[in-house]
Ligand binder design. Sequence first.
Ligand code: NAD
Length: 254
Amino acid sequence: MNLEGKRILVTGSSRGIGHAIAMECAARGATLVVHGPEVDDELTQSFAKVSALSPSSIQVTAELSDPTAIAALFDTVHEQLGGIDALVNNAACQNEYGVLDLPQEDWDRIMAVNLRAPFLCAQHAGRHWAAEAKGGSIVNISSVHAQQPRRNFTHYSTSKGGLEQLTRCLALELGEHQIRANSIVVGAIASELTPKERCDAFATAIPMGRVGWPEEIAKTAAFLCSDDSYYMTGASITVDGGLTLGFCASRKDL
Ligand SMILES: NC(=O)c1ccc[n+]([C@@H]2O[C@H](COP(=O)([O-])OP(=O)(O)OC[C@H]3O[C@@H](n4cnc5c(N)ncnc54)[C@H](O)[C@@H]3O)[C@@H](O)[C@H]2O)c1
């Protein structure tokens, strides 16, 4: 997979899966837009590692719940790089509430960051790609909870279900512009979002017997950004160690 000449924006690439995707793409020759909500140690360190592999890369900040900040992010990217060739909608947030206790503000914030922001980013990128008639690739980082509801994560699960359908709608409408949209259905991955105790609990339900590493998602993301996946659109690729094979798959006694 050669990504030379590709300019790739990875939202939420200051740490975790987003950082791993940025590193994988940088190692394959891409110029990266490394993004975080603000300039902090995480973003600074992530950018230093990415730009050591890909010196033409840039660092940007935007709070993704704010549509104005998203528009400014794309303006900055166009000023500094002249545009992008692939967009990875990776940033997301979550917190834990039962349905009956979930405050509306938390529902609204999670929908804004996990679903509205990917839509707005796809719209900004898509408008440029369509105007320039040069095509592009959108990769949405989804979750097994798009399909499988998770107790106390109604807002997060619903946002990821929406992201899956957004992927298919983008693929349908933008295919004529050679703009592709695919998603990666991510299983349990060791990161800030899934701390060690949770990883251990998840491992018992995963046929491969362990959670995944961010780098194991990054390779699939790089593939979907690359021309090697050129005829793929509207697809969801599951990378979960077998987590979604079902209850019986994780139980040797059944
Ligand atoms: N870790 C897992 O087990 C797992 C499982 C399924 C899906 N995913 C998905 O993978 C993606 C990455 O997850 P991760 O585990 O690396 O998470 P993480 O929390 O480690 O990283 C999230 C990134 O998004 C950024 N971000 C969060 N809220 C933001 C906001 N309001 N504005 C701007 N940036 C914001 C963070 O700064 C960070 O860079 C997410 O879409 C997540 O839903 C993760």
